[in-house]
Design a protein around this ligand. Structure first.
Ligand SMILES: [Zn+2]
Length: 227
């Protein structure tokens, strides 16, 4: 004859079985909801939500950029959640020295990348959207500089989007202060998971950026969603 387990033990087994079933059902439900509601770009985060938030000067939302054309309908900066986490770590570390980041550009929709390409059409200045889709289109690239507690930019070797040898990371003729600032920016970004682009001191890609999908969700839509 099989000895029955004590009632308490059976109860316990039954309860944990039910709990497991419940847990599995919840996981399925969560996955289904995510599929149903995650539109394109749901992985993107507004940099305004970082703590502390960086300053923003979104040049492509103005005509004051190298194309001379306003390309973004809103001045907003979005990055992939993975890049957002890394940027927040940078912001926290910089805050300890009374510094912070200023963001010039972040996620750029593929259609805007194409528009930019149509205006400029030179691979030295714009990545060709028809060859790999670009970097900013994945939400893993940011164009940034350093600012002090009052929001003043620290001197850097060149202006943002100045396409000249002065923008190169290995440019030797910058002043010691400019070199120190650009190196400081590079060091902290690299320490938190970014890679510096060799010919633009302001451009950083999250490590592994090639694996992130190219997106074409409009900034207006993202901005509305993040309010
Ligand atoms: Zn860039």
């Amino acid at each position: 004859m099989i000895k029955e387990p004590p009632a308490g033990g059976l109860n316990h087994l039954w309860r944990s079985h039910v709990m497991n079933l419940l847990r599995i059902s919840l996981l399925f439900l969560a996955a289904a909801l995510e599929t149903a509601f995650s539109g394109e770009g749901s992985s993107l985060v507004n940099v305004r939500s970082l703590n502390p938030p960086p300053l923003e000067e979104i040049r492509y939302a103005t005509p004051y950029n190298f194309t001379g054309t306003r390309l973004y309908p809103v001045a907003a900066a979005f990055v992939h959640a993975d890049a957002a986490r890394a940027l927040e770590a940078v912001q926290r570390e910089l805050a300890q020295s009374g510094l912070g980041l200023k963001v010039y550009d972040a996620y750029r929709p593929l259609s805007v990348q194409k528009q930019m390409w149509n205006l400029i059409g030179d691979e030295r200045f714009v990545s060709n959207p028809y060859k790999g889709g670009g970097r900013h289109t994945r939400g893993t690239a940011v164009d940034v500089t350093l600012v002090d507690a009052r929001g003043n930019e620290l001197p850097m070797p060149s202006n943002f989007d100045e396409f000249s040898p002065r923008a190169f990371r290995n440019y030797r003729r910058a002043s010691p202060e400019q070199k120190r600032n650009s190196q400081r920016l590079q060091n902290i970004m690299v320490r938190h998971g970014f890679i510096g682009f060799p010919s633009e001191w302001w451009h950083f890609d999250l490590r592994g950026w090639e694996k992130y999908p190219i997106l074409d969700v409009s900034l207006l839509k993202l901005d509305r969603r993040s309010r």
